[in-house]
Design a protein around this ligand. Structure first.
Ligand code: SF4
Length: 508
């Protein structure tokens, strides 16, 4: 008789991990397993009754939860439901939120409803674990497995005796997958596993950086494009893994992609004019560029390359795709308010007109979490329950208003960069960011609310609205007008903004 495995995730759409596990179990597991998956929305707790129902009716032998930071606590809650309704069912956690020994130790000590934790890639461990439940495998031989013994919590080494290679998943022959994919608007895919960087705060790069078989990538991407999936998100940490491989994949996409929008994270080191042309011809887009900070002290601490040094690459991308956002992180170790200001100046100078500003999150098991006090200068750091840093020694509560004002100022200034055809950065008669930085918090918030809904399709009207709001605020604050020795109202009246370039430089 088959063992029943229920895989629970929270992607509200497509889970790549689900299909990796399905393929592994069907091709490499030496016991018969019947697989079902459940996409379980959560609002702090699992947000519907599906899990108790499926536990009561299908009666899975094994329930595996795929944990990310947004689903972790609700899945811990859901695990207790599983054990209450079906005490004999085994409960497994996997996914990036639990992939360190520290995290596994803490979960298994605290939550008795969790039986096993798989750290890192789950394909091989899940097969061996199923065999273990059938008495055909010893738990201590299973790579990356953490579990309780009568004496202690055991953490097996992650290294496997045999190299693991997956088989073809995305193909016309996989009827179940094709049925699931057809109605979806977005599907994720990867052409490499892992990451060659080791950023201090990252939960993902546990496995070694390796390429998925080239022929398989070409065939699977062709299948996805032929299916006409609206959005294909290639979530490689460094798209393609190498410059030549990235170009080879884009050439293939150029041939086979006629309907899909494809999102990629290119490595700036690989960028050249041909690469940009290929992105365009393949119907691809750059998801974002991760600068995070330009503060050298901080970059050294977080072990990250100084991406802002690849200016030519950034220019090439922004010239062709002006709306590509830059990712920035507030609250990094080694950074401070001055560093943040400089980073904001730098990304505007680079020409970014869209910004994604994130608050640093400290995820359990990362090198940052392990040695947090040292990295933050030996003082207490206050987090949210999901690990986001609310305050730290360099970003105490006393400067949070300035931090918020600064982010609002950046988010006001950046869409105005998008209107480059109206702006000239060559003269300093009007320094927009100097001007914006002097608004009080409420004014910043008011203008920011307009910018937050900035719609490129309606660019000109929204731009004028924002400029008029700024002019009104200056009108109410003559001291700012005098201090800056400018008269934006006059400029508006003379229609300089509407008719020809205004001299605005984008510097804080
Ligand atoms: S480059 Fe991205 S995926 Fe790689 S370690 Fe850094 S944050 Fe993680």
């Amino acid at each position: 008789m088959s063992m029943k495995f229920l895989f629970v995730h929270n992607w509200q759409g497509f889970s790549l991990a689900e299909w990796y596990l399905r393929e592994a179990i069907s091709s490499h597991c030496h016991v018969s397993v019947s697989f079902r998956s459940l996409d379980l929305p959560s609002c702090g707790i699992p947000a519907n009754d599906f899990l108790p129902r499926i536990i009561s009716t299908w009666k899975p032998d094994v329930v595996g939860f795929s944990c990310h930071y947004w689903s972790f606590f609700s899945f811990i809650e859901a695990a207790s439901w599983v054990k209450h309704l079906s005490p004999e069912a085994r409960v497994i956690l996997g996914g990036p939120q639990v992939n360190s020994i520290d995290m596994a130790q803490s979960i298994l000590s605290k939550y008795q409803d969790i039986d096993f934790i798989i750290r890192g890639s789950g394909e091989e461990p899940i097969c061996r674990l199923m065999e273990g439940f059938a008495g055909k495998q010893r738990f201590e031989k299973i790579p990356g497995l953490s579990y309780r013994t009568p004496e202690l919590i055991q953490h097996n080494s992650s290294s496997s005796a045999s190299p693991w290679k997956r088989s073809l998943i995305f193909s016309q022959e996989n009827k179940e997958l094709t049925d699931q994919l057809s109605p979806l608007s977005e599907v994720s895919y990867e052409t490499v596993h892992g990451c060659r960087s080791r950023c201090l705060y990252c939960v993902y790069p546990t496995s070694k950086f390796e390429f998925v078989d080239d022929d398989m990538v070409q065939s699977e991407l062709s299948y996805l494009c032929n299916l006409g999936i609206q959005h294909i998100r290639i979530c490689d940490s460094h798209f393609g893994g190498s410059k030549e491989r990235a170009k080879k994949i884009l050439r293939r996409l150029r041939k086979v992609n006629h309907r899909s929008s494809i999102k990629i994270y290119p490595d700036l080191m690989h960028m050249d004019p041909e690469y940009v042309e290929l992105i365009k011809d393949a119907g691809a887009e750059v998801t974002s560029i991760g600068i995070q900070t330009t503060n050298r002290k901080s970059l050294k601490m977080i072990r990250r390359r100084a991406m802002h040094n690849y200016q030519e690459a950034i220019e090439l991308i922004l010239k062709e795709f002006p709306n590509v956002p830059v990712d920035l992180i507030v609250g990094l170790p080694g950074d401070n308010l001055e560093g943040l200001k400089q980073t904001f100046r730098d990304v505007l100078d680079m020409g970014f007109s869209t910004v994604n500003v994130f608050r640093l999150a400290v995820f359990p098991g990362t090198p940052l979490a392990k040695d947090e006090l040292t990295y933050f200068g030996g003082d207490a750091v206050v987090h949210t329950s999901h690990g986001q840093v609310l305050t730290s020694p360099a970003f105490p509560s006393g400067i949070q208003k300035e931090v918020a004002d600064l982010i609002h100022a950046l988010e006001i200034a950046s869409p105005l960069v998008r209107t480059r055809e109206y702006l000239s950065r060559s003269s300093s008669s009007l320094n927009l960011m100097d001007l914006i930085s002097q608004f009080d918090s409420e004014s910043l918030l008011e203008v920011w609310m307009s910018v937050a809904s900035f719609n490129p399709a309606n660019l000109r009207r929204r731009f004028d609205e924002v400029i008029e709001k700024i002019a009104k605020i200056i009108g109410d604050r003559p001291e700012i007008r005098n201090a800056l020795k400018l008269d934006l109202d006059d400029q508006l009246q003379q229609n300089k903004i509407r008719g020809r370039p205004v001299n605005i430089i984008t510097q804080i």
